[in-house]
Design a protein. Structure first.
Length: 269
């Protein structure tokens, strides 16, 4: 049922329509900001959600269908590259691996009127948060009565997009809010992460992959339903794309046919 709902939402969303993502996602600005990580409305045991994204294949950030439990042509292609080991295939397969990003529901102090928003960050910052949670001096920092706020510091990094992010817990325990009704609202009304990401079809991802490996330039307009991403440690460098597929002893076929043949046993259903 959830998968059907997500598919329906994606089909109804008009492409090219602009949205104010600041109401759903919180992005730090240069300087210091204070936040509180809120218990998840969807998983009371874990406020963090891990998602996999593709960077650098097109000028858009693309979410992997694996997050929805669907077949992923890019992941399948990378797997096939690794079956025939050589340096070029290995380099390209690694380039095609999705990057993990972490999301957590947060309240930004001073902006409580905007409600719960989603904070996206790197795996490095995620490991720091897990380490703090494992520290007996802090423990469950999301506790609504005796949890901890965090100070997030964002700094510009020379010659790189996005920010360098660091965080530290505040030394004193505090309640999430002094108002019980406000806490109830924050715990019950949170963005549904997978509904906020544009879901590409299997065929569209395959098309983008073929354009990428053939060295072609993307010609389509950017889909503005996907917010631009430049984050603290995920800035994929441009690399020369090379890969090989064994064809010795077989008739020469067109590159497009060779590419399509890789997916004959990997239908999107």
């Amino acid at each position: 049922m959830l998968k059907q709902k997500l598919d329906t939402l994606q089909q109804k969303q008009p492409q090219g329509q602009k949205r104010d993502y600041s109401l759903t996602f919180w992005r730090p600005t240069v300087g210091k900001q204070q936040i509180r990580i809120v218990p998840s409305a969807f998983n009371s045991n874990n406020p963090f959600t891990e998602l996999k994204f593709y960077y650098g294949i097109t000028n858009k950030v693309m979410i992997s269908p694996l997050n929805f439990g669907d077949k992923d042509p890019i992941a399948s292609f990378a797997s096939k590259l690794r079956e025939e080991y050589n340096k070029e295939n290995y380099v390209l397969a690694k380039k095609l691996d999705p990057k993990t990003r972490i999301f957590a529901p947060v309240i930004v102090r001073g902006e409580e009127d905007k409600g719960v928003r989603l904070f996206e960050f790197s795996k490095t910052l995620y490991m720091e948060l897990l380490s703090i949670a494992d520290d007996e001096d802090y423990g469950d920092f999301t506790d609504i009565n005796q949890g901890f706020d965090f100070v997030v510091t964002a700094t510009k990094v020379q010659d790189r997009p996005g920010f360098g992010l660091s965080l530290r817990p505040k030394p004193k325990q505090t309640p999430l809010s002094d108002n019980a009704d406000t806490i109830k609202t924050w715990l019950e009304n949170q963005p549904i992460l997978l509904e906020e990401r544009y879901k590409y079809t299997y065929d569209k991802l395959k098309e983008e992959l073929q354009t990428f490996i053939s060295g072609g330039e993307e010609q389509e307009d950017t889909i503005v339903s996907e917010p631009a991403s430049g984050f603290e440690d995920d800035s994929p460098a441009k690399e020369e794309k090379k890969f090989t597929l064994s064809t010795q002893g077989t008739p020469k076929i067109a590159k497009s046919e060779e590419f399509d043949s890789l997916f004959e046993d990997d239908l999107p259903f």
